[in-house]
Design a protein around this ligand. Structure first.
Ligand code: SAM
Ligand code: SF4
Length: 324
């Protein structure tokens, strides 16, 4: 397959909190991660300053609001409204869906375009065990409310783990097709887990595809420029057609042409998920002077330079910290 021409548009993931209602086993230890002090969490105005600068000085195509779980941060629709007024081509949010059903209308009315929702299992017991306490019926209600409320296309993220939920990949794909959602299978990343647990649970995209092909007709589509997801056309045994994606950070890192930046909840800019380099930009998130604006611009350029051509993971504490 020919690699598409690199897309020069920047994409920013903003973690608005490191707090979460859940403790997914692949993301956080049971006791959670040490939370940042409230005073260290960026204010919405500071986040908006970075977004405005990226929009003015670079080509900013997408902002994704994430966490932790972004819906635990009070009045998240206020931030959505501030960013929506900047006319970013794609304004999205990633959530575990536990608190989504009641938030769909306020988020859409504030200008959110779409949501990604994490759903690793349809089985209530597996879901509860995997998330250490989550209620699958709440996430299912969030998914249906998002589809009804027009936060579409609704994309569902499933982290596939051997011996935990890999037997559910076919049922999850049928569910997504029937609900009008796009399912994305995520390979497990070695973040938030110890090495032995990762080795035991990791399952590659080719094994996921092999399992799907036992029931579904599957055809890979050409890679879309700037996308991390290898899309496939699919037809279910019940003849429902649609598409799904596989995200392969571990077996086929999508580093070439990567234009993603991450902002942590406490104001660090990260250019590469697989590296520990981060730049503390909070002091420059008040662009009242030319000098601060220039510092911010320089920090963005420096973070973009932290890209590497292979994704050998330097240990990351937890995706909840850096905004998955
Ligand atoms: N709480 C929200 C959620 O779960 O959707 C947003 C933040 S979460 C860190 C963002 C994404 O990162 C989720 O889809 C989650 O499944 C994924 N993630 C977290 N840890 C991961 C890991 N070790 N490997 C693969 N994906 C991971
Ligand atoms: Fe929370 Fe999302 Fe991490 Fe699960 S993956 S613990 S829902 S931040």
């Amino acid at each position: 397959m020919i690699a598409p021409a690199p897309d020069r548009t920047l994409s920013l993931r903003v973690s608005v909190t490191d707090r979460c209602q859940l403790r997914c086993t692949y993301c956080m230890p049971e006791e959670g991660v040490d939370p940042c002090a409230h005073a260290d969490i960026l204010r919405y105005e500071e986040i908006a300053t970075l977004v405005a600068m990226l929009k003015d000085e670079f080509s900013l195509g997408k902002v994704r609001i994430t966490g932790g779980d972004p819906l635990v941060r009070p009045n998240i629709e206020t931030l959505v409204g501030m960013l929506s007024r900047m006319d970013i081509p794609e304004l999205a949010l990633t959530t575990n869906g536990q608190a989504l059903a009641d938030k769909v209308d306020p988020l859409r009315d504030a200008g959110l375009h779409r949501v990604n929702i994490s759903l690793d299992s349809l089985d209530p017991d597996t879901f509860r065990t995997l998330t250490r306490g989550g209620d699958v019926t709440r996430t299912l209600a969030g998914i249906r409310a998002a589809v009804r409320g027009g936060l579409t296309p609704v994309k569902l993220n499933m982290v596939v783990m051997r011996g935990v939920n890999d037997h559910e990949v076919q049922a999850m794909l049928s569910f997504a097709l029937n609900e009008g959602c796009e399912l994305r299978f995520l390979e497990l990343m070695p973040a938030g887990l110890d090495g032995d647990e990762f080795e035991q649970r990791y399952i590659s995209c080719s094994d996921i595809c092999k399992a799907l092909k036992t029931e579904f007709k599957v055809e890979p589509l050409p890679l879309r420029s700037g996308e991390t997801s290898q899309m496939h056309e699919v037809e279910s045994p019940a003849k429902v057609r649609g598409q799904f994606g596989i995200i392969t950070p571990t077996s086929h890192p999508f580093c070439t042409g990567c234009r993603r930046l991450r902002l942590t909840a406490d104001g660090h800019l990260i250019g590469c998920l697989a590296r520990q380099d981060r730049i503390f930009i909070r002091p420059f998130l008040d662009t009242s002077t030319d000098a601060k604006r220039q510092e911010l611009f320089r920090a963005v350029k420096e973070a973009m330079g932290h890209k590497r051509s292979d994704a050998v993971f330097e240990t990351q504490p937890s995706m909840a910290r850096i905004g998955g």
